[in-house]
Ligand binder design. Structure first.
Ligand SMILES: [Zn+2]
Length: 79
């Protein structure tokens, strides 16, 4: 069974949140998030972002917009 490292997990949190991964991958990421604070933070951010977007827009958000918001949030987190 493949396990994900942090980089892979963080790149998949969006798909994970939207249940777009294979069931076994969903399970592996659930396990990783439970064990890894850093990836859990990334997941929390994705959840927050997702809520913010669905609140302001009824339709499925364009991926570019989501990426833009996420990028600016990442930048503001860097010191
Ligand atoms: Zn991790």
């Amino acid at each position: 069974m493949a396990e994900f490292d942090c980089e892979e997990t963080k790149s998949l949190v969006h798909e994970y949140l939207h249940n777009e991964l294979r069931p076994e991958d969903q399970k592996d990421i659930t396990t990783h998030l439970a064990l890894c604070d850093s990836c859990e933070e990334e997941y929390d951010l994705e959840v927050y972002l997702n809520k913010a977007i669905t609140r302001s827009c009824d339709e499925e958000p364009p991926k570019q917009l989501a990426q833009k918001v996420l990028d600016s949030m990442r930048k503001s987190q860097q010191h």
